[in-house]
Design a protein around this ligand. Structure first.
Ligand code: DX5
Ligand code: ZN
Length: 227
């Protein structure tokens, strides 16, 4: 399992240095959490396309950037994030009216698309989209902020998606990446990896006061290696 940092717990005055530190630690995928002050239950605002554009300029083209859109109008505004330089749009099934249409529109620009579902949303909402998706993201916290506790009840969802993706691959279809987001730390990373996760978003477990990104990543990778 790979790890991608969410920068929500970073000091935004030092974002450039934090990103450089992540890249130096061996990170090659950055997860950017966009909240518009409306969609998430705690009405948080994070950042928008301008910051993402600066991040892209800082990191160059080698690093993969996804943006996790926790916003009301993803169907109207996703193109702003593509223009800002993201490689992948991740939109919520709960926030988009016509997801099949969004998939084809985003993919027609050469950008990848993922579908994310909240902890209380049924997998059946996303399963029909699987043949066309580039990624499925299972939320293991209620979206809104970093540093929340992991919700272990998502286990059956992760395993069901793993099975469906493997079946699809075996029958010659696409192989969407399976991602998890929220509350992942060194103590539960091996568990979600065993469930079949390809890549875990880690925010406060990587960017915190306990250690450098490199030290925190090493601690996670050690438990993954000893699996
Ligand atoms: C939650 C965001 C996450 C999250 C990750 O709304 O989508 O990416 O902040 O942070 P941690 O790992 O601290 O839960
Ligand atoms: Zn996220």
């Amino acid at each position: 399992m790979d790890v991608t940092p969410s920068i929500l717990t970073a000091d935004f005055c030092k974002l450039g240095e934090t990103l450089d530190e992540a890249i130096e630690a061996g990170i090659n995928w950055i997860h950017m959490d966009v909240m518009d002050g409306n969609w998430v239950i705690n009405k948080t605002i994070t950042f928008g396309p301008a910051i993402i554009r600066s991040v892209r300029e800082r990191l160059g083209d080698e690093v993969f950037i996804d943006c996790h859109l926790m916003i009301n109008n993803a169907e109207e505004t996703w193109i702003q994030y593509v223009d800002a330089g993201v490689d992948m749009i991740i939109a919520h099934i709960e926030a988009v009216q016509d997801f099949p249409n969004l998939i084809s529109e985003v993919q027609s620009t050469g950008t990848q698309i993922g579908c994310v579902l909240n902890p209380d949303t049924e997998i059946e909402e996303v399963m029909p989209l699987l043949p066309d998706l580039d990624l499925v993201l299972v939320m293991s916290v209620v979206p809104g902020k970093g540093g929340q506790s992991f919700i272990p009840e998502v286990e059956h969802k992760v395993k069901a998606f793993r099975e469906a993706i493997d079946e699809q691959e075996n029958s010659g279809g696409k192989t969407p990446i399976l991602m998890i987001d929220g509350g992942i730390k060194h103590h539960n990373a091996a568990m979600v990896s065993e469930w079949g996760i390809d890549i875990a978003v880690v925010g406060s477990g990587l960017i915190n006061d306990e250690g450098t990104i490199s030290q925190n990543l090493l601690r996670i990778n050690k438990v993954l290696e000893s699996q």
